[in-house]
Design a binder for this molecule. Structure first.
Ligand SMILES: Nc1ncnc2c1ncn2[C@@H]1O[C@H](COP(=O)(O)OP(=O)(O)OP(=O)(O)O)[C@@H](O)[C@H]1O
Ligand SMILES: [Mg+2]
Length: 248
């Protein structure tokens, strides 16, 4: 389990995050939902160790050693997800370089990931030569290669058209079903949160506080059809009423 405990963060005099606490059980997907600029990316950066909180801590329980939490990040914009001067294959291999020193062993691991993601046909292309969806899929491949403690996905589908986003969400769910890694995903889409997450955390505007944490017990594996069901409708209604409360 990963515990986010009482995180406070300011930039200069501007308070951004206020007392943010929640738990991510092993293998859970947690969605962060909240208005622009409320600090969702800041929170991901703090969890990834790329930014420092003013107070509070991120704790990983049951870890066998005392190493830092490792995170596999995927960013919002597919144009920035990969290094543009490296092929898809090169980008995935790069994630393995510090962990797998032997070149043949590394090649084998890259092959496994490429096969798992069905990227064989595209592996020697450069990011600009593939669609945004394939680029993000390759970014998932890089996160997969890192084999981190947690995936941190910052709006990974939001720069894609509706159909590409749907396809990539299904691909992500199929990948996740295999190794059920703890995941935090930032989204502005209620349906995406309902389809993917076990818990949906709703943030207020600045300074961001947690307004509510909604459990999503829709059985897995999930399909798009379930988005039309009664349980989905109840969750959707709840999110909308909370979101409306901070419009005023
Ligand atoms: N390095 C920084 N220095 C100063 N202010 C920053 C810095 N990074 C972010 N901010 C400010 O902190 C606030 C939160 O930014 P953040 O990017 O975390 O929001 P967000 O919830 O991810 O927004 P969005 O939904 O638009 O992606 C914003 O007001 C932003 O301008
Ligand atoms: Mg953001």
């Amino acid at each position: 389990m990963i515990k986010v405990i009482g995180i406070n963060k300011s930039y200069g005099t501007a308070a951004i995050l206020q007392n943010i606490s929640f738990d991510i059980s092993d293998g859970q997907i947690v969605a962060l939902f909240g208005p622009n600029g409320c600090g969702k990316t800041t929170l991901l950066k703090i969890i990834a160790g790329l930014d420092k909180q003013d107070s509070g801590e991120i704790k990983q329980l049951n870890k066998s050693d005392d190493s830092d939490l490792s995170a596999g990040l995927v960013f919002q914009d597919h144009r920035f997800s990969l290094l543009p001067w490296m092929t898809i294959r090169g980008n995935i291999e790069l994630a393995l370089i510090s962990r797998v020193k032997s070149k043949p062993e590394r090649e084998e691991k890259v092959n496994q990931i490429i096969n798992r993601l069905n990227l064989g046909k595209h592996q020697y292309k450069y990011p600009y030569q593939v669609s945004g969806g394939l680029s993000q899929l390759s970014a998932f491949g890089r996160a997969l290669a890192l084999n981190p403690d947690i995936y941190l996905f910052d709006e990974p589908f939001s720069a894609l058209d509706y159909q590409s986003a749907l396809k990539l969400q299904q691909q992500f769910l199929a990948l996740w079903e295999k190794d059920k890694k703890s995941t935090i995903i930032v989204t502005h889409s209620i349906d995406e949160a309902i389809l993917l997450a076990d818990q949906i955390i709703i943030f207020s505007g600045l300074p961001a506080k947690i307004l509510d944490i909604i459990s999503n017990n829709i059985p897995r594996p999930r399909s798009l059809e379930q988005l039309g069901g009664d349980l989905s409708q109840r969750i959707r209604q709840k999110i909308i009423s909370i979101a409306q409360s901070f419009l005023i």
